[in-house]
Design a protein around this ligand. Sequence first.
Ligand SMILES: Cc1ncc(COP(=O)(O)O)c(C=O)c1O
Length: 331
Amino acid sequence: MAAFGTVFMPQMALAKYEDQQWGDSEIVSSDSISLHPGAHVLHYSSTCFEGLKAFRHEDGSVHIFRMDANIKRMAQSAELLSLPAFKPELLEQMVKDIVAKFADEVPAAPGSMYIRPTFIGTEPAIGKAAAPTSSALLYVLLSPVGDYFAVGAKPLRLLLEENGMRCAPHMGMVKSGGNYASALGPISQARTEFDADQVLFCPGGDVQETGAANFILIDGDELITKALDSSFLHGVTRNSILTLARDLGLKVSERELTVDELLERAAKPGCEAALSGTAAVLTPVGTLIHNGKEHTVGNGEAGETTLKLRQALNDIQWGKAQDQHSWLTSI
Ligand SMILES: Cc1ncc(COP(=O)(O)O)c(C=O)c1O
């Protein structure tokens, strides 16, 4: 199977913002945009994006998972980046149109169709470092995917980083390219030096998130994760897993978690840790690397509760369990 996100459907949905108004969305070739080299996005990173998935059920029908939540987050990112405002209905229609167009290409379980709405500032102006773009493009790409982590449910190794940050503290809740660029150096270094899969950013000892997923600790019947603030991305999967955990009778604690508490709890035999995200789903974490020392989480294997929660989420996505929270949009 091709690497996650490297195969694209040949067409995408696209809408333009010009002269202070949005044009109608259209379906165009996926390689059809041309940008001026002075485009605002290329110099001042006026860009944000989203990631969500459509799933094929056993009866052949296709359903998009939590589209409203992702569109809301995209609108919030756009606002915080001073990109033009768009009506949620515009993006909703674009997502639905392009998924409907390629409904036959949505892979069956365990695959899915990854949906990538993208928003960029296009004004050719290299003197606008401190001013918003006056024109923009919104487009929705599709990419059929399998399992993000090719190793499947193999527990991950995370390097705990207490000194650096993933991004500027007020930008964490924005899903924007610059945040990923800023985390790339530490992640590459952690791979080379510690054979780590990811970095868990814990500035000043505060356990936040990794480069591309939220962090969840499960100790007995308690699930612990950082409470929402502006410093990290408010994952849709995080919210879904917390909801399912409550449904299963777990105690959900959204609060500060320090590195000291994390390492103390991780040492207990039954403790579990996992990363949550659209791509990661809920991927077990087996090892934490801190100050050069390796700490096994629980018994180092995929935790029972982690697998149960992952299954509960997948069952809703693939139509094997009732969609109690109305998370699916049929195409
Ligand atoms: C930095 C970061 N945190 C968390 C997440 C999880 O968000 P979601 O569950 O909405 O995919 C992502 C994206 O997957 C991410 O890039």
